[in-house]
Design a protein around this ligand. Structure first.
Ligand code: XIL
Length: 370
């Protein structure tokens, strides 16, 4: 949907001036000088796309420039860690909503939509869980968690990653499920249990199965695509309330394999089977890119551009990056560079200046008829 040009311009101006980062840095510093500075959320919205980012809790709590940047740039946000079990569950009987509430309040104050991440995963679990959960209490523990958390934010969260990363083709099971504490205590039915609990707690939220490693044209990722496709279609066929598939999209600027027909077919197949498809965690690891910042930025931006062109052409209309600025990016810690420099895998650098990836994203959105 194309917004009328006057209100669109006002939206862009609001976005730019609300952003301390953009207001204090002249656009001549950007690699591509832009005639009209804008925002990711606004540029995407002008073409019928919902775009935003994950929000780092530390940045949200302590960095006003970061808050302004997110408010100006995102139309939808997702907490990077605040809604994971480890953050929410200090003990088997208590909930700590402080960081999650801060994110939800921030989003609502700034009229941003919200995704929830996540309700059932084999990581970011509290230390007490392993010693507490067993076959007889597991179903209650999982459904009770989902009932509380989804119920607390019912009507305010647009989509939930209900189950994260359940598939691992290397674990050798015919159903493709990966080893997980939930699989051990509940068996393969744990996914159905989680989705049903989420639907009951918020009948209007879009319920998502979210996974990584399905983007590239290589044998391993092709096998994972098959396994994910079989999993979600068989769940749906058997009545599990699952609406969408999230493709995380943690990409690399130096991967020897590319994305292409495999991903295109995967998205097309999912959409034909009635699923919405979202890009939920896009970023580009540049830990092995040699050269100066400008060369790294170009390599990263090239991936953003070709990847977004592919998924947008395939009909995806929701795009979230995993962070917005290199100031808060999991890549720096999880994919460290030999030279110890920070990662440059997001649309804004650590000084909150837009880099090539930003402009290439905007270019990709611009190709879509709204
Ligand atoms: C990451 C966070 O960004 C880090 O801060 C944390 O240390 C580990 O988790 N896939 C996911 C996300 O689904 O939850 C992960 O987030 C990144 C990979």
């Amino acid at each position: 949907m194309q917004l009328p040009s006057f209100s669109r311009r006002r939206f862009l101006e609001k976005a730019v001036y609300a952003s301390g980062a953009l207001a204090t840095h002249s656009f001549s510093q950007a690699v591509h000088a832009a005639p009209v500075p804008s925002s990711i959320g606004a540029e995407a919205a002008a073409h019928g796309i919902l775009a935003g980012c994950a929000v780092n809790e530390q940045g949200l709590a302590s960095d006003a420039d970061f808050r302004r940047l997110v408010a100006a740039q995102a139309a939808i946000v997702v907490p990077e860690n605040a809604m994971k079990w480890r953050s929410l569950r200090p003990s088997p009987t208590t909930f700590d909503y402080s960081a999650a509430d801060r994110l939800v309040d921030f989003a609502e104050e700034n009229q941003l939509r919200i995704r929830g991440h996540n309700l059932c995963w084999n990581q970011a679990l509290p230390d007490w869980l392993e010693g507490t959960v067993n076959a007889s209490n597991a179903q209650h523990l999982l459904t009770d968690h989902i009932r509380h958390v989804v119920g607390r934010y019912a009507g305010r969260i647009q989509s939930w990653d209900v189950v994260n990363e359940a598939v691992n083709v290397h674990d050798g099971r015919p159903d493709g499920l990966g080893n997980s504490i939930w699989l051990t205590v509940l068996g393969p039915g744990y996914l159905d249990i989680a989705f049903r609990a989420a639907r009951t707690a918020d009948p209007h939220a879009l319920l998502v199965y979210n996974d990584f490693g399905v983007e590239l044209d290589n044998a391993e990722q092709a096998a994972k695509r098959d396994a994910v496709f079989k999993l979600v279609t068989s769940l749906k066929r058997n009545g599990t309330p699952i609406d969408a598939v999230g493709i995380q999209s943690h990409l690399s600027a130096t991967s020897t394999d590319s994305f292409g027909s495999g991903l295109r077919q995967f998205i097309a197949g999912l959409r034909r089977a009635g699923f919405k498809v979202l890009i939920t965690e896009l970023d580009v690891d540049d830990s092995h890119v040699a050269g100066d910042d400008a060369m790294r930025d170009r390599a990263v931006a090239e991936i953003y551009h070709s990847y977004l062109n592919l998924v947008l052409d395939a009909g995806v209309r929701t795009i979230l990056t995993w962070g917005i600025t290199d100031r808060y990016s999991w890549l720096t810690e999880h994919f460290p560079r030999a030279d110890k420099d920070e990662a440059r895998g997001l649309p804004f650098d650590e000084h909150l200046r837009p880099v090539d990836a930003y402009w290439r994203m905007v270019e990709s959105f611009g190709r879509v008829r709204g």
